[in-house]
Design a protein around this ligand. Structure first.
Ligand SMILES: *Cc1c(COP(=O)(O)O)cnc(C)c1O
Length: 392
């Protein structure tokens, strides 16, 4: 068996849980029908699987099954939410508020809308990564139609106060969308209590399959209008056309149900692992925690290390542990993380960062091994810098 590094990149993706895989299997070969075939049993079987998944997802977020619109993932859900609202409400106004630390699926969608004549306010964040609610308050305009603030950040794990933001939006009758791809299944989310009108979620970050996600679209108080971005067979109440991918949907339902079941014990376990890792790493000089120390998802630790080159650091670790500097989508690009820069970190510290994403299958032994490797790699890189100043 070939040796593989320890996987510690659960913000990028997660393996499929065996229980999820078991639930999916019959829907590939046996219950293969098209859920849109309403005239025969094959269609009904697929529809039954999808109905159950819709109920499982709705139950996890206190929504109704009709409010779940399946998409290919959170990227598509973000696009559908933001473009769909912009198109449906442009006569009411053309101003959108979002945040500088959002995922590119939100930021680039907003930039695209700017090219069409919409105006977007990109709120800054505080040095702990949290949105300042007074700044949000001041950003509202009479023509604001949408606020989009992520629930959990994909680089630093910071959890925004979405309940408070939801109330602010509702009071002003402005729709509230949240990208909850990193928060779902890890922290309780209640779309009623938090006054969420639209929410993007995805299965592959919660031990479900890739290629499936959903957009929650509120149906009552208020009823959200959404312009479809995919036209065709009229599936998903006309909001997203295309034959539903039954096995993935069934897996998504099972994955989210499992997360709800395991949430309390898992988040305590992940938190203990994170603290164990940080306790060891903080023995190093000039290492900084990025993001709020407690308002973050349990499995996330993001640090910057002074006096080392970021890519040399990751190169030095890659045989031991699989992790990234920032989001999987921007890794490899020369730019420093836009999230860390928004926290006010220097360009050097933004580049010399490590994102540890601890997940369901990581153990204490793995964490200790990773801590040891990280400390020794940093020490040897720093010694090399001292010994060979002319080379740098
Ligand atoms: C992963 C992620 C996405 C993209 O989700 P996909 O399902 O991979 O398209 C969007 N937003 C956040 C915050 C994410 O972490």
């Amino acid at each position: 068996m070939s040796y593989r590094p320890i996987y510690l990149d659960s913000h990028a993706t997660t393996p499929v849980d065996e229980r999820v895989m078991t639930a999916m299997m019959p829907y590939f070969m046996e219950y293969f029908g098209n859920s849109g075939s309403i005239n025969h049993q094959y269609g009904w079987e697929a529809e039954a699987g999808i109905k159950q998944a819709r109920e499982q997802i709705a139950a996890a977020i206190n929504a109704t099954p009709e409010e779940i619109v399946f998409t290919s993932g959170a990227t598509e859900a973000n696009n559908l939410a933001i473009k769909g609202i912009a198109e449906a409400y442009f006569q009411k106004g053309r101003h959108i508020i979002t945040v500088q630390t959002e995922h590119n699926a939100v930021l680039h969608t907003c930039q695209y809308l700017e090219s069409l004549g919409f105006e977007v306010t990109y709120l800054p964040v505080q040095s702990d990564g949290l949105v300042n609610l007074q700044q949000l308050d001041a950003a509202f305009r009479p023509d604001t139609i949408l606020v989009s603030v992520m629930a959990g950040n994909n680089e630093i794990g910071v959890l925004q106060p979405i309940g408070a933001i939801g109330i602010m939006c509702r009071e002003r009758e402005v729709l509230f969308h949240t990208d909850a791809a990193q928060a779902i299944g890890k922290t309780p989310i209640d779309v009623e209590a938090m006054r969420i009108d639209l929410m993007s979620i995805t299965a592959h970050k919660i031990y479900g399959p890739k290629g499936i996600g959903a957009l929650y679209v509120r149906r009552r108080n208020p009823r959200v209008k959404l312009a479809p971005q995919m036209h065709g067979g009229g599936q998903e109440r006309g909001m997203r056309a295309g034959t539903l991918f039954t096995p993935q949907i069934v897996g998504f339902g099972k994955a989210i149900e499992l997360c709800t079941e395991l949430m309390e014990t898992e988040s305590a376990r992940l938190l203990a692992l994170r603290e164990r890792l940080w306790r060891q790493l903080s023995s190093i000089d000039d290492i900084y925690l990025n993001g709020h120390p407690t308002m973050r998802v349990a499995g996330n630790l993001n640090v910057s290390v002074a006096g080392v080159d970021g890519s040399a650091l990751r190169l030095g670790l890659q045989s031991v542990v699989a992790l990234s500097s920032g989001s999987a989508c921007s890794t490899g690009k020369a730019n420093p993380s836009h999230v860390l820069m928004a926290l006010g970190r220097s360009e050097e510290l933004s580049r010399a960062s490590l994102r540890f994403g601890i997940g369901r299958f990581n153990t204490e032994e793995e964490i200790d091994k990773i801590a040891e490797a990280t400390i020794s790699t940093i020490n040897s890189l720093r010694q090399a810098t001292i010994k060979q100043p002319a080379m740098i």
